[in-house]
Write a protein that binds this ligand. Structure first.
Ligand code: SF4
Length: 285
């Protein structure tokens, strides 16, 4: 068996930045709060909780201290409410997400109908939507075609981790039924690179192991990409989730990781496979 790693591994730069800021904040203060998980990886969330980063569901739970804005960002209304309460706000939103938030705000102010392609329940999408009141959020087709048909001066942006195939598909469908459509591909460069390397790896392997948080959209999309290329993909959070029977008869196994997956988790998976299959070889690792 050969074990291959996708070219792009480890934290993306946005998660790295947020993680480092969180380490610095928790080293200096004990009353630091974040609304929702700081990133979609349970290992990182747990580590930062142990360092004193308190996860809250609502601002009502925070009466003083710091609101630490996570990588996916928050709606501006939440940040304003925190400031109005006298909380210190530390913005650790990934710069790529901030760029999309600003773009959505500008497009909204120009009088355009902002269409966000992404998961309406994802915190990043909720945050962006806060900058463009009245926007349309679209995850799949069929959508409410009447709403799209009637919308004036559509401007499309996307969740940073959207699957590129989904983006192209939805843009095409919207453009087919509305006269004026402006498109901004705001899928971040790290996501595009990660998807590309997962796609290339899927062409070469029999089974793909995708490592990341079960709630991580970008991790899920990597598994979807591999599956769409006819490869069996297993999504796991760590080496403990591996099943030996997944690999019977496999000649080549690929390993891809999500944007908030620390690099050592891929090494743990390789170690486990080498333990189970002593003749296996980690190629180019
Ligand atoms: S995946 Fe992209 S947008 Fe999301 S945190 Fe990483 S760099 Fe930022």
């Amino acid at each position: 068996m050969e074990i291959h790693k996708a070219r792009t591994q480890g934290f993306c730069f946005g998660v790295e930045l947020t993680y480092r800021k969180a380490l610095a904040e928790t080293a200096e203060r004990s009353d630091v709060h974040t609304m929702g998980n700081i990133v979609h990886n349970p290992i990182i969330v747990q580590e930062l909780e142990q360092r004193g980063l308190h996860n809250v569901e609502s601002l009502d739970e925070v009466s003083s201290g710091t609101l630490f804005v996570r990588a996916h960002g928050l709606p501006p209304q939440t940040i304003q409410a925190a400031e109005a309460k006298g909380l210190r706000v530390v913005d650790a939103t990934c710069p790529m997400v901030t760029r999309t938030q600003r773009l959505a705000k500008k497009l909204h102010e120009e009088g355009r109908t902002v269409v966000i392609l992404g998961d309406p329940n994802h915190p990043e999408v909720k945050g962006i939507a806060g900058y463009a009141p009245g926007c349309i959020i679209l995850n799949e087709w069929p959508a409410d075609e009447t709403e799209i048909r009637r919308a004036r001066r559509i401007a499309i942006v996307a969740q940073s981790t959207l699957n590129g195939d989904t983006f192209r598909d939805l843009v095409g469908r919207i453009a087919a039924i509305n006269y004026e459509v402006r498109v901004y591909n705001t899928i971040c460069s790290d996501t595009q690179g990660r998807q590309k390397s997962a796609r290339e790896l899927a062409e070469e392997v029999d089974t793909m192991i995708v490592i990341g948080g079960s709630k991580s959209a970008n991790t899920r999309h990597l598994a979807e990409i591999a599956q769409s290329r006819g490869v069996t993909a297993h999504l796991i959070e760590n080496a403990g989730d591996l099943r030996r029977e997944w690999f019977r008869g496999d000649e080549r196994v690929g390993i891809a990781t999500g944007a908030s997956t620390p690099g050592f988790l891929a090494d743990d998976v390789i170690d486990k496979l080498l333990e189970w299959f002593p003749d296996a070889q980690a190629v180019g690792v």
